[in-house]
Design a protein around this ligand. Structure first.
Ligand code: GLN
Length: 443
């Protein structure tokens, strides 16, 4: 991306043509167009950036990889797309995802699966699996994804690229399909840390169109990137206990590398991870059940059933939503229903506050926290036999969203089969500068 920013208009056109050819030849199915044999979607003639299928680009189809939205075209641009355009970048190609961003493997897309470019028998991760696979396969120079509970960082880790989730409120969510509004953030997936900083700078900043956008002063991080800054980095020992040997080995190596680079490592502890998982899956599904009620066959996408209103709602949702999405709408409706609201939803919110407090306590003594991104490297297709097994693979990423913190995932090692091992650096709210500086020294 950095190099592309210095290209002439002619060279950008060459880059676009080159990418188009690569996308047509590619076998991973990172792009929705590859899976449907449609032409690559283009908006403008700027530096090409691949866009996840839940971000509105004017006149493009947006489906969130769901049958319920097939054929629906965006009437307007998301703020992040306008910001790309202002900086000379353009949306280029729709990337595949888990339906409505609910998943960790990109197996639940209505278009079919995306393959991990490093090893096609493995999942690319999710839900922004298409975006990460495109960057890893070289069919995108950079991409945008969204991260509600790890969906940028985890696919980046599985595919061996860089993925960054900004502080909650840092990047406008206007025009991005809501999954869980108090957790969702949009962020960059790139080939290296510096590109992530560049793209992050382009999309960040307060937006009056998004009421949850943070009204805090924004200073660009790229001009001040400093890989020589000496930082205090916390490691949470109990966290890694559940990780595979390859992740543990990568973690140990990273700690050593950070120490060698002159950083100070401090050891900390945190809440047991089962509480994190319960809190996240209650908050996320509750908000999802409310957000997805707008897809009712009246206002958006496909309408089914013609035997009255109830039949229309039932048929539209039953035929339009996939299994995982239906499961989450039911779970979310349940935890919000009267009689259960206090027992589940309110309790989950309390646990969420505890998690936030715990992070804050750690940040009293540290600038960053080093953590795995996932318990294993990319698993094979079909490895998650139940939804719960898949949810368990999110333990390292979801607490960061519950606390609203910024974090970056970057490849640090490989397992015995050559699959990338990704780790994440988590920072204080609005301190993305330190997150990028720390990541540079680990790259
Ligand atoms: N895997 C998590 C979930 O399914 C996170 C997804 C995301 O970040 N969009 O909710």
């Amino acid at each position: 991306l950095k190099e592309a920013l210095n290209l002439s208009a002619d060279d950008i056109q060459k880059l676009r043509d080159d990418l188009k050819q690569k996308i047509n030849e590619d076998k991973t199915g990172a792009y929705v167009e590859q899976l449907t044999s449609q032409d690559i979607s283009e908006a403008g003639s700027g530096i090409p950036i691949a866009i996840k299928d839940n971000i509105n680009v004017k006149n493009w189809e947006i489906t969130c990889s769901s049958n319920i939205l097939k054929g629906y075209k965006s009437p307007y641009n998301a703020t992040v797309i306008n910001k790309l355009n202002d900086a000379g970048l353009s949306a280029f190609g729709r990337t595949n995802m888990d339906e409505f961003a609910m998943g960790s493997s990109t197996e639940s897309s209505c278009y079919g699966k995306t393959l991990n470019p490093v090893d096609n028998t493995k999942v690319p991760g999710g839900s922004s699996g298409g975006s990460a696979a495109a960057v890893a396969a070289g069919t995108a120079i950079a991409a945008l994804g969204t991260d509600t509970g790890g969906s940028i960082r985890q696919p980046a880790a599985y595919c061996g690229v860089v993925g960054m989730k900004p502080t909650y409120g840092r990047v406008s969510r206007y025009g991005i399909t809501a999954y869980s509004s108090s957790l969702d953030q949009c962020g960059p997936i790139t080939q290296n840390v510096e590109d992530a900083a560049i793209l992050y700078d382009i999309i960040s900043g307060n937006d009056p169109m998004d009421s949850t956008s943070a009204n805090v002063e924004y200073e660009a991080v790229t001009p001040k990137l400093d890989e020589n800054r000496k930082l205090t980095i916390a490691v949470i020992d109990s966290f890694v206990e559940e990780a595979s040997p390859a992740i543990k080995a990568g973690y140990e190596k990273a700690i050593k590398a950070l120490e060698d680079a002159g950083h100070t490592i401090v050891h900390k502890n945190m809440l047991d991870t089962s509480k994190i998982l319960s809190s996240y899956y209650i908050v996320a599904t509750a908000e999802a059940s409310a957000n997805l009620s707008r897809f009712d066959g009246v206002r958006y996408g496909n309408r089914k059933g013609n035997a009255g209103l109830k039949d229309m709602y039932t048929q539209t949702k039953t035929q339009g939503f996939g299994e995982e999405v239906q499961k989450r709408i039911m779970l979310g409706s349940f935890v919000l229903s009267s009689g259960y609201y206090d027992a589940y939803y309110i309790k989950a919110q309390k646990v969420r506050h505890l998690i936030k407090d715990e992070y804050e306590a750690i940040f009293n003594d540290a600038d960053l926290i080093l953590s795995p991104v996932a318990p294993t490297t990319a698993p094979e297709f079909g490895s998650f036999k139940t939804s719960l097994e898949m949810y368990l693979s999110d333990i390292y990423t979801i607490s960061v969203n519950l606390a609203g913190l910024p974090a970056i995932s970057l490849p640090v090692d490989k397992d015995e089969n050559g699959m990338p091992v990704g780790l994440q650096l988590i920072g204080k709210a609005y301190d993305e500068q330190t997150v990028f500086d720390g990541a540079l020294s680990l790259e």
